[in-house]
Write a protein that binds this ligand. Structure first.
Ligand SMILES: C[S@@+](CC[C@H](N)C(=O)[O-])C[C@H]1O[C@@H](n2cnc3c(N)ncnc32)[C@H](O)[C@@H]1O
Length: 232
């Protein structure tokens, strides 16, 4: 996949992630403790050999490594070559592919017992966030589990990022639930855990636990706007 084949959102994410990949192991550990606890819990519910997709896997740490250690058959996808190079070195047991989760290529990945995605969707505007969740629903086998982690964003508080302060899109727990339902997911739980931002600030981390709605139900046939609708 080339940059031209990515959605505008994938291209922009790749540009940022390629820049940060070399520093990621140094800045991320504090940021990741909440997701480690969530994956620990997920692993108790999955048999060894279950197929897992980590969408926006970054360096493969901690999640792909943790899923492999739990005996799962793990595929990680990311738009950043630099992140994927680190992931292949960190977690040689997993399979890593350069795929934009929002793009058409992702539809060819097959289906998984679980699709997880941590700290990947938080800068997307709502319709594109919903498209990403709909994509996860379509990649998850009936009865399988989707787990998505994002920081809670009240919408009026600037956030300190690696490259300065910015105003991220709002994403409250109510927003996350509504977006999941719009995407055809049945929400089991929105778990709220204390977390740490990438620059060390205390924040709440939201973890959506959901299942694809059974085929034929009205929400499963809902199709949000395509992410490629955005120009530029
Ligand atoms: C903040 S990092 C988090 C990485 C990892 N999930 C973790 O928990 O450490 C976000 C990752 O998502 C990837 N990403 C963002 N948008 C993506 C997209 N549309 N398709 C695939 N990967 C994407 C970025 O390249 C980056 O590696």
């Amino acid at each position: 996949m080339t940059a031209e084949e990515m959605t505008p959102y994938g291209r922009e994410a790749a540009r940022v992630a390629d820049r940060v990949a070399a520093r990621y192991a140094e800045v991320a550990p504090a940021h990741q403790h909440s997701q480690i606890a969530v994956v620990e819990r997920l692993l108790t519910r999955l048999p060894r050999g279950a197929r897992a997709l980590d969408a926006g896997c970054g360096t493969g740490q901690p999640t792909c490594a943790q899923l492999c250690a739990g005996g799962l058959d793990v595929t990680g996808i990311d738009v950043s070559e630099a992140m994927l190079a680190a992931a292949r070195a960190n977690v040689p047991q997993a399979r890593f592919l350069l795929v934009d989760l929002l793009g058409e290529q992702a539809t060819a990945l097959g289906t998984f017992d679980t699709v997880v995605s941590f700290f990947c969707l938080m800068n997307l505007p709502e319709p594109v966030f919903v498209s990403a969740l709909a994509r996860f629903a379509s990649l998850t086998r009936p009865g399988g589990t989707v787990v998505v982690g994002v920081p809670e964003r009240p919408g009026d508080t600037p956030v300190e990022g690696l490259y300065g302060t910015y105003q991220p899109p709002r994403c409250t727990r109510q927003d996350l639930r509504r977006r999941a339902e719009l995407a055809g997911l049945t929400v089991e739980e929105i778990e709220v855990r204390p977390g740490t931002g990438i620059m060390g600030a205390e924040e709440e981390h939201l973890f959506l636990h959901a299942r694809p709605a059974p085929p034929g139900t009205s929400s499963s046939s809902a199709r949000p706007a395509s992410p490629s609708d955005r120009s530029g």
